[in-house]
Design a binder for this molecule. Structure first.
Ligand SMILES: *Cc1c(COP(=O)(O)O)cnc(C)c1O
Length: 763
């Protein structure tokens, strides 16, 4: 008996070859085990358990048809082949579309049913698939997905690799790196599921399930790979469904279903790998030798018995002698700019992926259907184009572009008016006689007088973080009684405090509270509401009074006792859901309500005003969020029965869509068939939020005046500044006929882009 085994890499992210050799050696002591590799950097080639070594040229150089022919001859001659890598299995499936009796890996049909991330074949198993979206979606919609799942998301390649991306700039960097390594844009973004990792491994031959076994990871490496595990039987109900599926997809070979078990005991399927896992021998140690069962089924030759030694296994690190004929390769050259060198893919999988994309585009390009992850507003479209709200187009068409000096911010009248109007109506709708809901416009987000005026006209209060902002609000027409004062620097600059009572002041620290009580005692400061801002527990913040330790909490309780008794007491917290995510914001809100309830009990003061801050991404606040608001009010009422007023302080939810940035193309240069570089007269000085969220971009057709959204493509838009990181878009396509002088419009620039833009490079 001769068995060819591939996938010998034995580093921290190992392949199963060595485990396969160990398990088969027990079952067939006299078999000739041949290790197959494509790189002399795979340490497993030195494993003494292989009787022979078949070291091939690297994947990028292999003559694939000739190699396929060679393997056909081996199989026809009676040898067996167990593939230890996904992509080799995929390639073999293309060489043997209907399988081969001696090829112990799955046929093409089976493979097509286990494609990540949807894994069609899982139906019937008690497993769910974590929500995911294809990166075909527009950046706008991808960002929405990340917010929805609290930035606990994984960007995954189609075959290998998953990277947690915790912010937008990280997402963009990882996306371009993965797309390059795996020669595909077909990536997907999947929500993280918290829980413990477990797997089911199986072996099957010609559609018959030979055996399966469960393993829980008990120790993990830094990349989450198994280091130790425990092995148990698969419950019969699960095995029965698996048996049916295996028959249905006519599976041959090994497989591994990787899962997470969440705290509610629900299991989530991450991947169905078309090969045995690297821990295959761990199950053999527990007495379940699946490679042996597979070979026995294929050859009819009875395997020697495998005896169970332990239900638990662990890995160790072993030094082994290097085979004399295969001395260690020269040290790899450090790649430019890197530290050390990359041993990430010693088996050449990226090279194979690139070749397979060219050879078998149909095999490699199955499209990713979205898994209940789209952001719910129906805006998602393929080819990366985000929906542009009609009011944007209306407002942008009304601008006079011929006279326009660029770069320049465009104020979108009807869009802005509509946003404030909707916010006012919503507050009105969720208010009740006992519970008033009001908005305070956060001036710092964009202090443009037109927005402050809209806030005034829409019945908002003005939320200020400095006395200069208070003065601006008063200048636009607000009365002191409509002003809310917040933040750590609210007394700056001195001498600008209104003489009449303001609506509310929230103390940002104990020191601030002492100052406020002193100012209240002298009559210098008058306010209807005196309150405290709470520092969010467990989520890092520099603002508010902390309550993480009993000492801090006591200091807070004692200090609240100092606030003027004849005033209304309020509590404020602010943590941007645009950063921490929508789900997490709700957790925080609930937790804050409970803290408030404790504060009421311990201080004996009733909380009558609750200020829940701002920090909402526009789409998370407007469309279809009315129910959320109602829910928030209901929760507040249930936990804090004395609350009579809830203040929300939207800033960017209103300001961000209200302005766009117009810029002109200065120069367009084709670098290659693929890439184009264009220089614009705008820059990150006008779009400082470029790194934090995507902007929807339009190009204005100079001849027709038509506004076209930019699709995804291979053009980089570089800003006018002489700064390496001044790039305002990295993956767009300029429409046919675009020329220097044409106007590009970056929407969604009316929040911190506008207020934090700086003067730079203008002489
Ligand atoms: C900045 C700020 C807001 C508004 O935040 P956005 O992210 O612009 O919505 C609201 N309240 C306070 C106290 C703030 O400091």
């Amino acid at each position: 008996m001769k068995v060819y085994i591939s996938g010998l890499y034995s580093g921290t992210s190992p392949q199963p070859g060595i485990g396969l050799s160990r398990s088969l050696r027990i079952a067939y002591p006299d078999a000739t085990l041949v290790g197959v590799e494509y790189s002399n950097r795979s340490s497993g080639i030195h494993w003494l358990g292989f009787d022979e070594l078949w070291l091939q040229r690297p994947w990028e150089e292999l003559d694939l048809p000739a190699y396929g022919q060679l393997i056909t001859e081996l199989l026809d001659g009676g040898a067996l082949w167990i593939s230890g890598t996904d992509l080799e299995a995929l390639w073999l499936a293309s060489v043997f579309p209907d399988g081969h009796a001696n090829l112990l890996s799955p046929p093409a049909v089976g493979l097509s049913r286990i494609t990540k991330p949807g894994v069609e074949a899982h139906k019937g198993l008690p497993l769910q698939i974590p929500p995911f979206v294809s990166t075909d979606l527009s950046d706008w919609d991808l960002h929405a997905f990340c917010r929805k799942y609290d930035w606990r998301v994984w960007l995954k390649g189609p075959y290998y690799e998953a990277v947690r991306t915790k912010s937008w700039d990280q997402f963009e960097a990882v996306r371009s790196a993965l797309a390059k390594v795996w020669s595909t844009q077909r990536l997907f973004l999947q929500a993280h599921v918290s829980g413990y990792e477990e797997s089911v491994m199986l072996a099957a031959y010609k559609g018959e399930l030979l055996g399966c076994v469960s393993m829980r990871k008990r120790e993990l490496t830094e990349d989450g790979k198994t280091w130790a595990g425990d092995v148990t039987e698969v419950p019969e109900a699960f095995a029965a469904s698996l048996r049916e599926i295996i028959r249905d997809i006519n599976w041959s070979g090994g497989a591994e279903l990787e899962m997470i078990r969440d705290p509610e005991d629900q299991r989530w399927l991450l991947e169905w790998n078309p090969r045995f896992p690297a821990w295959v021998h761990g199950a053999t140690i527990a007495g379940c030798n699946l490679p042996a069962m597979l070979v026995e089924a294929a050859t009819g030759i009875p395997a020697e018995k495998t005896t169970a030694q332990s239900e638990e296994f662990t890995r160790v690190v072993l030094e082994v002698p290097v085979r004399a004929r295969y001395p260690l390769p020269p040290l790899p050259e450090p790649y430019a700019g890197g530290i050390g060198h990359s041993m990430k893919h010693p088996s050449g999988m990226p090279a194979l992926a690139e070749r397979l994309h060219k050879l078998h585009p149909h095999l490699m390009s199955a499209s990713i259907q979205h898994g209940n992850g789209s952001n719910g507003n129906g805006a998602a479209e393929a080819n990366g184009v985000a929906a542009i709200p009609p009011s944007f187009l209306h407002d942008l068409k009304a601008q006079d572009y011929d006279q326009l000096q660029t770069p320049s911010f465009l104020f979108m009248d009807t869009t802005a008016a509509d946003l404030f109007d909707r916010a006012a109506k919503l507050a009105h709708r969720v208010s009740t006689p006992e519970m008033q809901v009001i908005n305070g416009y956060s001036i710092k987000t964009n202090p443009d007088a037109r927005l402050i005026k809209l806030a005034l006209d829409s019945g908002f209060y003005a939320e200020a973080i400095s006395l200069l902002e208070v003065q601006k609000a008063l200048a636009v027409g607000f009365k002191p009684a409509q002003v809310i004062l917040n933040g750590p620097g609210k007394w700056w600059p001195a001498g600008l405090l209104p003489k009449e009572p303001i609506h509310a002041v929230f103390c940002d620290s104990i020191a601030d509270l002492n100052r406020v009580t002193a100012a209240a005692a002298t009559g210098e400061l008058q306010s209807k509401v005196f309150g405290v801002r709470l520092r969010t527990p467990h989520i890092t913040s520099r603002f508010g009074i902390p309550l993480n330790t009993p000492e801090e909490f006591r200091a807070l309780i004692d200090s609240v006792g100092l606030l003027p008794r004849d005033s209304t007491f309020g509590v404020h917290f602010h943590m941007a859901s645009s950063n921490i995510g929508v789900r997490q914001w709700w957790h925080l809100y609930q937790s804050m309500l409970r803290w408030c309830s404790s504060i009421e009990k311990l201080t004996g003061r009733q909380i009558e005003v609750l200020d829940i801050g701002g920090g909402w991404f526009p789409d998370d606040w407007h469309e279809g969020r009315e129910d959320d608001f109602t829910k928030a009010v209901k929760h507040a009422k249930a936990t804090l029965p004395h609350v009579r007023q809830i203040i929300s302080e939207p800033g960017k939810a209103l300001a961000q869509p209200s302005m766009a940035l117009a810029m002109r193309l200065l120069e367009i240069q084709e670098i290659s068939d693929e890439t184009t570089e264009a220089v614009v007269d705008g820059s990150i000085a006008e779009l400082p939020m470029y790194f934090f969220y995507p902007h929807r971009i339009l190009r204005r057709d100079n001849a027709t005046g038509e506004l076209q959204p930019l699709k995804r493509g291979k053009t980089r838009l570089m800003g006018r500044l002489c700064m390496e990181h001044d790039e305002v878009a990295s993956n767009v396509e300029l429409p046919e006929g675009t020329q220097p002088g044409d106007v590009l419009i970056f929407c969604d620039a009316g929040g911190y882009d506008r207020s934090m833009s700086y003067v730079f490079g203008r002489g």
